[in-house]
Design a protein around this ligand. Sequence first.
Ligand code: AMP
Length: 506
Amino acid sequence: MPNVLFDALLGEIANPGKVFLDVPGGGSVTFDQLETMTARVAGALQRLGVAPGDRVAAQVPKSVDAVALYLGVVRAGAVFLPLNTGYTSAEVAYFLTDAAPAVFVCTPASESALAPIAATAKALLRTLDADGAGSWPAELALSADGFVGVDRGPDDLAAILYTSGTTGRSKGAMLTHGNLLSNARVLVTYWQFTDRDVLLHALPIFHTHGLFVALNVALLAGASVIFMERFQVDDILRQMPRATSMMGVPTFYSRLLAQPGFTAELAANMRLFVSGSAPMSAEVHKAFMERTGKSILERYGMTETNMNTSNPYLGDRRPGTVGFPLPGVSLRICDPASGEVLQTEQVGVIEVRGPNVFKGYWQMPEKTAAEFRDDGYFITGDLGRIDPDGYVHIVGRDKDLIITGGFNVYPAEVEAAIDALPGVAESAVVGVPHADFGEGVVAVVAPRPGADLNETRIRDALRGHIAAYKLPKRVLFVSELPRNTMGKIQKNLLREQYGSACEGSA
Ligand code: AMP
């Protein structure tokens, strides 16, 4: 039995000497060099005692070595577990305890803080920096270039990606070789990727979008990637003329539009702009079209399902919609309570089924069972409708999830951190429109009588407890939170009342 995902991505290389990752100002790596790097990773993991199915966690900066780590873990038959680089030590402790990885790779700078946590979780700790420094490269140097692959079938796990949980507890989405490969194959065809493509990559690689959608698609197509550390608008403008395609979150596109230097001429070589991970406003879509003559292709996916829908490559890409279910994906709209399948134009919860849909939540059989229907459909928690032409529209999120700059923030987690501060009686966290980030996190706090709280003090106190992107952009004070007769906080009222709280903030 072959190693399903690795063999497809790097098993047979059509152009061994061709550059795969080109890091502006930081060198490049060819397809065959990357293959050798992954052999060394797999060899090192095997030498360290990592067995097929073991987890290997990483909280490392975006780099060529980090990509080799991902692919080498898969090659070794292990399960890759990338962690957001913004997570604090307390957050990392939860993931290591939950997933019990055999090996954990972090940065040299965070080693002393994370060593006790890794020790408690019984994970071997190694370090890797953006520039290739650390104890992990030393481990690789001991490995040989050749590696006899570990067999893995379509149902075996390739990765666990944690999603945030509404109750503050994150869930590990178990993604199989078959999930990842089937989705990448569909996207290559649907979006017409070929070995002539050069993909501009400015997304993080701890999330499904930058890791699986972008890298797996580029590898399968034999395309090259301009691999940028992050989205820096000047750098993107500089690189765009030699690229053919970009995958981004809506914030990328609004930031590009804010640049007078972003012109139709600059984008002339680009055949495809993809947007996803958060809703893109129809205004941005239209402004982009006016500026460049190109229509952004919006798609819809999530950690648990990979990509579900896409606007067409050829045909009408409609602003404000996420297009059609991808080939092989079945999508329906159901009544959230009864599960009854709804008709065209009726709003309900989006449910999906297909080879892209994950295997379940790591060690959470009950949560998993609760989110699947008996006939195999996964209940996404997103609310949507299908229009008479078959386009899917997302109208909101079932669970008050906030998406800020493409990152998910679950209010319950931030509320818990705020409520733990002295002087706070209670709090409610909502997302409100933010010009740059799509949504901004806003906290509404009811102080205890006599407490001396202010915005700066609350934000300062939260730093270090939650990742920076989860910090409220604004903290507002009320004497009492609005509640309905059932005692539930009426977040819709807060959103209305404080809808302009982030106006003018960058
Ligand atoms: P994640 O698991 O981080 O990828 O987040 C998945 C969630 O992002 C989905 O459940 C949707 O709520 C949201 N999402 C992804 N793509 C889109 C899109 N094109 N439009 C609106 N929401 C989206």
